[in-house]
Each structure stands twice: as C-alpha cells, then as structure tokens.
Design a protein around this ligand. Structure first.
Ligand code: SF4
Length: 270
C-alpha cells in the first residue's frame, strides 16, 4: 500500500472512531470500504503526485490552472496538458509573459485550446493584479464568502470554485460532479436517484448538503470521500449501475428499493 493510501485509510478510520451520527458513519464506512478497492494516491485529482515537481502541484495557482484545463476532457488528456503546462511555467508572472497561441499549443491535447488559453490568461491576470497571488486570505473567510470571492476570478464558476476550496485550499467542502451526484443520490435514496441531473441546482445542493452537514470538518477527509465516490461512479455505479458487482449494496437505498434488493430481501424473509 502506498504511503498516502495508508494515510487515507488511517484518516478515515480515525474519523469513524469520532463519528457522531448515522449518516456520517455511513459516509465513512463507505469511504473505508472503497479504499480497499481504489488507490487514493493513484487517482486523487489534485495534486498530481506523478509530476516530478510536486511543489508546483501543491501551488494553488497551478491547481486553478489545472481545473481550467480539466473542463470537458478526459483524465488522461487533462494530465498530459497539465504536466506540459507545469513543466513550462513556474509562476503566474511567467505565464503572463506568454501568448495565448503558445499556451494553446501546450495544452492542445485537452481540447478547446484557444478558449482555455484565453481563460488561463484572463484568470492569471486577475490572480496577479487583484489577488496578488495570495490564496491564504480565503482561509480567513467563511466558506460561502470565500466561494463568492473565488468566483470573481474570470472563468471560475461555482464548480471550479468548489474544486479550489476543496482541493487547492484543503477546506471542508465537497465538489458535486456528475459521478458524485449519481452515487450520493443512489446511496442516500434521493428521489431523483434514477435520473440525476447535473443542471439541477436543487439536486446539487441536496447532495452537497448530505455530505457537508454530516461529515466532520477535515479537508483531507473531504478529498478522500470525493475521490472514492467519484471512482465508484466511474467504475461501478455508472448511469446503468453494475449492482451485481458492487460492494456497497448493503448501504444503498437505491438498490434496496430496486427489484434486485427486494428479491434479495424476500429471500432473507423466507
Ligand atoms: S448498489 Fe448499485 S446503485 Fe447502489 S452504489 Fe452500488 S452500483 Fe450504485
């Protein structure tokens, strides 16, 4: 087991010891179970442990760039483009010395290179001129205010802001992407579990609330839960879920309410 995997396991197990509610225990038990299947260190979204210059990976500015590059592309293409970007640049000022064409060429593999290059340059200008590349200021603010302030960076919407808060600043907030929405909705039996819709603000808010209202406030714990649920959504709990292969059936309200679960329950009751 890699070092950051054992750290992830230890973090979740400690949290289980300290958990105080039924929903929190369920979230943590699920995360612990998934850590036996998925490697946290291999798949954590940011920072990329594979990059030789890990210090750059932990830099919040570069995390923001990685988030902008990650829009509408595959993980592999995103990683390739982010690595090329990180190899080329060492600071926001360095990036501002480049043309949109040069940046577009570097990140072309991730798709929409011109649009993303312009977005990176606009955001970088704001980071230098308005924020003075000082990200620590957001830690001093209440989470909602920090999110609003981060959303003032050109090109950074709510999901990207949540990514920055959770993955860049290690704050206890959760990003609800398509996989998270599907998995949380099914496990917790939300009414739209069959057809979760990423465009629905109320669905996103409710899924987010389930995690944030219950899980203890430890940023690393949020990153672990996010990564594990996301990987489960990508691999097993897909649009058409592979419930027969799923190790979470005992926790899953969607499964319990589906035919498979009912048949199994009926067999137990015989
Ligand atoms: S039992 Fe099925 S619906 Fe529930 S988490 Fe597993 S794959 Fe998803």
């Amino acid at each position: 087991m890699k070092q950051s995997d054992s750290l992830a396991v230890e973090t979740v197990e400690n949290a289980i010891q300290n958990s105080s509610g039924v929903i929190e225990s369920k979230i943590l038990d699920i995360a612990r179970k998934l850590l036996d299947t998925y490697s946290y260190s291999e798949f954590q979204t940011y920072p990329r442990p594979s990059h030789p210059e890990v210090s750059k990976q932990k830099d919040i500015y570069f995390t923001m760039v990685a988030i902008l590059i990650s829009l509408r592309t595959t993980l592999e293409h995103e990683q390739e483009a982010v690595n090329a970007f990180l190899t080329q640049f060492s600071s926001p000022e360095d990036v501002m010395g480049s043309t949109p064409e040069e940046i577009a060429e570097l990140i072309r593999v991730a798709g929409m290179p011109d649009k993303k290059a312009n977005a990176i340059l606009n955001a970088t200008k704001y980071v230098i001129e308005v924020l003075d590349n000082d990200w620590e200021q957001f830690r001093e603010m209440p989470l909602d205010q920090a999110r609003e302030e981060i959303m003032k960076i050109p090109g950074v919407g709510q999901k990207s802001a949540d990514c920055l808060l959770e993955l860049g600043l290690d704050l206890p907030t959760i990003v609800i992407d398509v996989n998270m929405l599907r998995v949380v909705s099914r496990l917790f039996g939300l009414e739209w579990a069959k057809n979760p819709d990423l465009a629905s603000a109320s669905q996103l808010a409710e899924a987010k609330k389930i995690i944030e209202d219950n899980l203890q406030k430890d940023g690393f714990l949020y990153q672990i839960v996010h990564t594990m649920f996301l990987l489960h959504g990508k691999n097993i709990c897909k649009s058409t879920p592979k419930c027969d292969k799923c190790q979470l059936r005992e926790y899953c309200l969607y499964y319990k309410n589906s035919n498979g679960g009912m048949i199994q329950q009926a067999l137990f009751e015989l």
